[in-house]
Design a protein around this ligand. Structure first.
Ligand code: BG6
Length: 518
């Protein structure tokens, strides 16, 4: 066996995250078939297939590997391969498409047409999996990936379960895309339905933010260094701002987005997970459940807003017409598939407090929005001001230290502090000390879906969310959803290309704070 292509394939030691290195060095990549439900959908074309191709290109998959796509459209294996070839070539973001690698990869690519609500589909799936297992030697291991409409999740789990596919010779895992429910009750109901057939330990709820290198690096930064953790608490931190700004609009997802809104789409999952990673207690080991226990504990410590607090602790916005990056855009209500009277928010901001000894009284401000001036996701930790200015009041207030963890783009970390301006006298000016991923590591970072798919194949659930975490985050956003659901907003209230509604600025101003302009 060629060791570089072999089944016992090891991660290279050059990955930037030391925790990842330690854990992954010991983990072989097993053989398996990845069964994608919703194989004709956008996510499969844009993210899943490019990520799997890239893993294959880097020889990170076992030779006993196959993909079986399932959707309603009738088509054969060859037509599916052609379709996926185009999609991968188009959506590979930062790596080359090589025809030769594709040829090898495509041999393990299969397709099955079927209606997900019919038992007969799962009988045919079973037969197809037997064939693939024999031909590709996938060892009976199967990763079922739900990339369908959420309304089909329960039917697929049931179909798999009743056809006897949830258990087998090898392991069987279920990966579930977001949104995981629409609220607390539906998320709990969904978990119960899935768990009828798959044990919780085999249910992998994906949150692609957790797979981003920079989000993982928060743990390395906090727990791999001795000097930051002593400052990481209410004595030194004044407040925290978590921003996920997008310059894009709905990208043809009007119908979905109109039902979801920014709070459900980004805050309930991605941004609360980021907040949990920033604020959680150190875990004793880097075992999957040790990390997830701490994240879950933090999510449970977020204070639940009372309905009467919502108007002052949260702000909703919807974009109207405007210019982003030099191009004209119409308002949300003019988007295809969107109700012209829509009350859906395309911008959401909230103030959360964590009720524990470390964070009592420290506001965590979170915001996200579509059609903001630029794409930037970051966490800004603002420290307290120096208690006394020895340089005298005439030189003005000293800007407090600021630590910015940049998730994307220009991934990195920067620390702002005061410095003496060269020249006579004592003039101070804020300067920054910067770490940039690209400059320090050179290597391309794996895309979130590459990391997460490989983790699921290896059975490492560290970066996946658990039922208790999902439920805790629904509890956090529910009062806001409820109050907003009963409010008639004067939408649109921000122009495309601006930094969001005035209400979000006022929310911070009430505590003497202001949003950063990243
Ligand atoms: C998805 C949301 O989960 O995340 C999208 O549904 C959003 O609306 C996307 O655009 C943002 O992801 P990223 O990785 O581009 O920040």
């Amino acid at each position: 066996m060629d060791a570089s292509r072999g089944e016992l394939l090891w991660w290279t030691v050059s990955l930037p995250n030391p925790f990842q290195d330690l854990y992954r060095l010991a983990s072989p990549v097993p053989e398996c078939v990845v069964v994608i439900f919703g194989a004709n959908g956008d996510l499969t074309k844009r993210k899943l297939l490019p990520a799997l191709y890239r893993l294959s290109y880097e020889r990170r998959l076992s030779p006993g590997f196959a993909i079986l796509g399932i959707s309603r459209s009738p088509m054969g294996d060859e037509a599916f391969r052609e379709k996926m070839r185009d999609a991968v070539a188009r959506h590979l973001e930062d790596s080359p498409f090589e025809a030769e690698v594709w040829e090898g990869f495509a041999k393990g690519l299969f397709y099955l047409a079927g209606d997900l609500f019919t038992a007969e589909t799962y009988t045919r799936l079973r037969a197809r999996l037997d064939e693939i297992e024999a031909a590709r030697r996938t060892g009976g291991n199967a990763l079922f990936y739900l990339s369908t409409q959420p309304s089909q999740y329960e039917a697929v789990a049931r179909g798999l379960g009743e056809a006897g596919l949830a258990r087998g010779r090898g392991w069987r895992r279920l990966v579930v895309e977001k949104p995981f429910g629409r609220d607390f009750a539906s998320a709990r109901q969904l978990s119960r339905s899935l768990q009828e057939f798959f044990p919780e330990s085999e249910v992998y709820r994906i949150d692609h933010y957790l797979g981003k290198e920079t989000v993982q690096n928060i743990l390395a930064f906090r727990f791999g260094n001795g000097i930051f953790e002593p400052l990481w608490n209410r004595r030194y931190v004044n407040h925290v701002q978590i921003t996920a700004a997008e310059s894009i609009g709905l990208e043809g997802r009007g119908a979905y987005y109109q039902e979801a809104g920014a709070l459900r789409d980004m805050i309930q999952n991605h941004l609360l997970q980021v907040m949990a990673t920033v604020a959680m207690e150190p875990c004793a080991t880097f075992e999957p459940d040790a990390v997830r226990d701490e994240r879950a504990k933090l999510l449970r410590s977020i204070r639940i807003l009372k309905p009467e607090e919502v108007p002052t602790h949260a702000a909703a916005g919807q974009f109207g017409p405007g210019r982003v990056g030099g191009a004209e855009f119409h308002g949300f209500r003019e988007e295809p598939g969107v109700d012209p009277e829509s009350q859906t928010e395309t911008y959401a901001a909230a103030t959360f407090f964590v009720d524990n000894w470390r964070w009592a009284g420290v506001p965590f401000y979170i915001r996200t929005g579509k059609h903001l001036p630029k794409r930037v996701s970051e966490i800004a930790i603002q420290f307290n001001e120096a208690p006394h200015s020895v340089f005298g009041p005439e030189r003005g207030r000293l800007a407090p230290n600021l630590l910015v963890l940049r998730i994307q783009p220009e991934e990195g970390i920067s620390l702002k502090f005061q410095s003496k301006k060269p020249g006579a006298g004592m003039q101070l000016r804020p300067v920054s000390m910067d770490f940039n991923y690209g400059a320090s590591f050179g290597d391309r970072s794996p895309a979130a879906y590459e990391t997460l798919l490989l983790d699921a194949i290896r059975g490492d659930a560290t970066l996946y969310t658990r039922q208790d975490m999902v439920e805790a985050s629904w509890k956090v956003v529910e009062p806001i959803l409820q109050v907003w659901g009963e409010t008639r907003f004067a939408f649109p209230n921000y122009a495309a290309g601006s930094w969001g509604p005035a209400a979000a600025d006022e929310m911070l101003a009430r505590r003497g704070h202001a949003w950063r302009r990243p």
